[in-house]
Design a binder for this molecule. Structure first.
Ligand code: SAM
Length: 338
């Protein structure tokens, strides 16, 4: 747990700098910031960033000496007069519960005594924003923050992916006339996907949206074309390609270009590529309606339908995810009882 204590905040003068101290804290892995003067606008700004970009970062207001006194862990004060970070960072890295204290103008003398460590990021005057960023970066506690907006790194330009939330996805299913059976299947698929995804590095928001919407094309047709139809619906609804692809890449555990051609689908492959696409595809494969069944049972069904050629690929995807996400079918089957 990392708490940042920002002392000496003056709402009129330090608006931007305290906002930046809070943003750095959140982005570089802190769980909470305590600011020693109430500033509602600052709270609104930070809560809004967390809502959009994810995480459970907390902002609290409180008296700094009381916050230090009450704190149970190790207190690290960042000051240009302290011991160079390089000498102490390995020792500090081993500590679980840390309070990082940064000042604004002159820092009161007692802080130097109350702190367990006084640490300098270069023994030169600069700023609380730079000192805090470098310290937190070297501490290396950054978490994968996942929210409604996800920045897709670009060599040039900007790309931001908006991931629809659960309510928005359910409303979209309703808008296209999804029946109860389809909704039950989609909700169960989201539970299976989220449970699978817990064991590997995947985005739960993306898994939930992808699983809830993967079959929206079934409101148009139940044929193999439902994936393509779903893709078209989501594009029409202005959803990003990343979201729309869940529709096209879940059919038949992912179709190769040749198979797609034989099935007269538009000329491309339909192979799930991202970890989220693979998980949603596999979660759908493991479902018979809204019940999880074994991959063997699914394989038998495929054979009965004359689709034996597809079985090795769907089994391969399932074993790949069993290892990658460390899931057991028994755990997924427990979802049947809920
Ligand atoms: N003269 C002030 C003092 O008494 O420390 C420094 C004011 S400085 C603008 C604001 C804050 O930036 C400091 O309280 C400290 O937390 C941080 N800071 C500035 N330079 C630093 C450095 N070289 N190493 C660590 N922290 C620094």
């Amino acid at each position: 747990m990392i708490t940042v204590l920002r002392i000496g905040h003056r709402p009129e003068r330090d608006k931007r700098i305290t906002t930046h101290v809070a943003l750095v804290s959140r982005a570089f892995g802190a769980d909470k910031i305590i600011v020693d003067k109430v500033d509602d606008k600052l709270k609104r700004t930070i809560d809004n960033v967390s809502k959009k970009f994810g995480g459970n970062f907390e902002l609290e207001f409180g008296n700094y000496s009381e916050a230090i006194r009450k704190f149970k862990g190790t207190k690290v004060h960042l000051t240009m007069y302290g011991v160079p970070i390089e000498e102490k960072i390995d020792e500090i890295k081993k500590i679980e519960n840390i309070m990082v204290i940064v000042g604004s103008e002159k820092v009161p003398r007692p802080i130097y005594e109350m702190a367990d460590y006084n640490i300098a990021v270069k023994n030169q005057p600069h700023s609380e924003v730079s000192a805090l960023s470098i310290f937190l970066d070297r501490l290396g506690r950054e978490k994968g923050l996942k929210g409604e907006l996800k920045i897709i790194p670009q060599e040039k330009g900007k790309k931001v992916l908006r991931i629809p939330g659960r309510e928005e996805c359910l409303a979209l299913l309703d808008k296209y006339g999804a029946d109860d059976r389809l909704k039950r299947h989609s909700v169960m698929c989201s539970k299976v996907a989220l449970t699978t995804g817990k064991g590997c590095d995947s985005d739960p928001r993306l898994l939930e949206a992808g699983a809830l919407l993967h079959d929206i094309g079934r409101t148009v047709t139940h044929s193999i074309f439902h994936g393509v139809e779903g893709y078209k619906i989501l594009k029409r609804e202005d959803m990003d390609e990343t979201i729309a692809r869940f529709c096209s890449t879940h059919v038949g555990a992912g179709l190769l270009k040749n198979t797609a051609k034989k099935l007269k689908l538009p000329d491309q492959d339909y192979i799930p590529r991202t970890i989220e696409e693979k998980i949603v595809c596999n979660s759908d494969t493991l479902l018979k309606g809204d019940k999880v069944v074994t991959i063997e049972e699914i394989a038998e069904n495929y054979k009965k339908k004359g689709l034996a050629s597809e079985v090795p690929r769907l089994k391969r995807l399932n074993s790949y995810l069993e290892k990658k996400c460390n899931f057991r079918i028994e755990d997924l089957m427990k979802l049947n009882e809920q």
